[in-house]
Structure formats: C-alpha cells, structure tokens
Design a protein around this ligand. Structure first.
Ligand code: HEM
Length: 217
C-alpha cells in the first residue's frame, strides 16, 4: 500500500513535518544557553563564524537554484542573503572572517548543501526555509544577547534580526509566496528533506561549537 501524498500547502507541510526537529534545535545546549543569556561572548562569536561558512554555501546554492527553478526564483531575493550580515557581525565581535576555519561538522554541512542541491534546486529551497524561518526566533535571541553583551543598536546583531520590526510581515509574505508556487510531489518531498537535513545540520554545528568552547562559560 502506498501513502497518498500530503495535500498541505508546502509551507504548512514544512512547519508540520519539521516541528519535532525545531523542538530539538531549540533544546540544543548552545541554543538554550543563547536564549537564556548564558552563552559566553567568545562562544557566540565562534558559532557565528561557523554559521558564516554555512550561510556562504547556502547563499550560493540558493542563488544557483533560483536560476534553475522558477519556484525558487519567485521566493528568493538579495535581501535574504545572510553571509554579508554575518561578516559584519563578526567584525563587530573582532573576528576576521578570513581566520574562520570549518569544524568537521561544518565542513560536512557545506558538502551536504552542495551535493544535495546539485541537480535538485528545490532541495536548496528547503534548506533555505530553515535559516530564513530561524529569523523568527533569532529576533528574540538578538534581544537577549544584546542585553547580556551590552550591545547598543543593531551593530553586531544584524544577522540575527535582519528585518527588525518587519519580521512578522516579511515571514508571512514569504510563506504566502512559497505556498503559491507549483512543485511536483517529488519536489515537495525533497524540499521537506532539505529542511530536515538543514535543521539537523544546525543542531550538529551548534553541538560541535558547544563542545569546543560553549561549556567554558
Ligand atoms: C532558542 C532557540 C529558538 C527559539 C526560541 C525559536 C523560536 C521560534 C519562534 C517563536 C518561532 C515563530 C513561531 C510562529 O510564529 O509560528 C520560530 C519559527 C521558526 N524557527 Fe525557531 N527558534 C529557535 C531556534 C531555531 C533554530 C536553531 C532554527 C533552525 C535551525 C529555527 C528555525 C525556525 C523556523 C524554520 C521557523 C518557522 C516555522 C514556520 O512558520 O514555518 N529555530 N522559532
């Protein structure tokens, strides 16, 4: 017996089918320390450095995917590129991006982004959903760490809160646009698989940074 494909709009399917992974991501020790204001500044900067490498690979992959698939093109814009903002934040924390070396987990994520999106541009979109959606929670994290690290103003927090007061509206508009795109059932499955892989990737990178520096605080 085969299972009938889900009829949920793709954005709703993503939210439902990755809800468990979202809970796991929130509970990752580094993420929990961040939202509770317990993460040392150096550990945050180290996490940001690793995420720079992830965002660089993903920005590139989604850019290429947008050229290959109209459904990706319709929901992708330069405003969503994150690597440049992460680089600005790293400079604020005194880290030269050129000195950031990938941890083994980060190197694996970069390979995963490249290999999974090659030939399947919609997979890159599923991965992008995770990091674009993470802005929802990151906005709260920005408030906490801004307070804990005594950061005045947006410098240092731009990659966590790229839309500022427009966050809710921007996310709602993005999800509506996503839901309006046409994808085959196989593509929809790959979008969800890409999202699940990216959630796991962020958990793995968070845990790797936590093991290397996070516990120090
Ligand atoms: C302490 C950590 C986190 C907190 C407190 C948090 C909190 C939130 C909140 C409040 C929302 C909005 C929910 C809604 O309005 O329906 C959200 C959405 C989301 N978050 Fe998180 N989050 C955290 C970590 C993460 C991480 C690490 C990721 C990615 C790896 C992530 C990915 C997402 C995604 C994709 C959505 C959009 C869900 C949807 O509407 O489709 N979050 N998060």
């Amino acid at each position: 017996m085969t299972t009938a494909p889900s009829t949920l709009a793709i954005g709703d399917r993503l939210k439902t089918e990755t809800a468990e992974l979202h809970t796991q991501a929130e509970k990752a020790p580094l993420q929990a320390a961040m939202i509770q204001g317990r993460l040392p500044r150096e550990a945050y900067a180290a996490f940001l450095g690793q995420m720079l490498l992830v965002h660089e690979a993903l920005d590139r992959a989604v850019e290429q995917a947008s050229a290959a698939h109209p459904g990706v093109r319709a929901v992708w814009s330069d405003e969503q590129k994150k690597a440049a903002l992460v680089r600005q934040d790293l400079a604020f924390f005194g880290v030269d991006p050129a000195t950031v070396k990938p941890l083994p987990e980060t190197a694996r994520v970069i390979d995963l982004i490249k290999s999974r999106s090659k030939g399947h541009p919609e997979t890159a979109l599923g991965m992008h959903y995770v990091l674009e959606g993470a802005n929802n929670g990151n906005q709260f994290i920005a408030r906490v760490i801004g307070k804990v690290y005594a950061i005045q103003g947006p410098d240092g927090l731009r990659s966590l809160d790229p839309y500022g007061p427009r966050q809710r509206e921007a996310w709602g508009a993005w999800k509506s646009a996503l839901n309006a795109q046409q994808f085959t059932d196989a593509e929809r499955d790959r979008i969800v698989e890409g999202a699940a892989a990216m959630f796991q990737a962020v958990i793995d990178v968070s845990d790797a940074v936590w093991r290397s520096v996070g516990k120090a605080g």
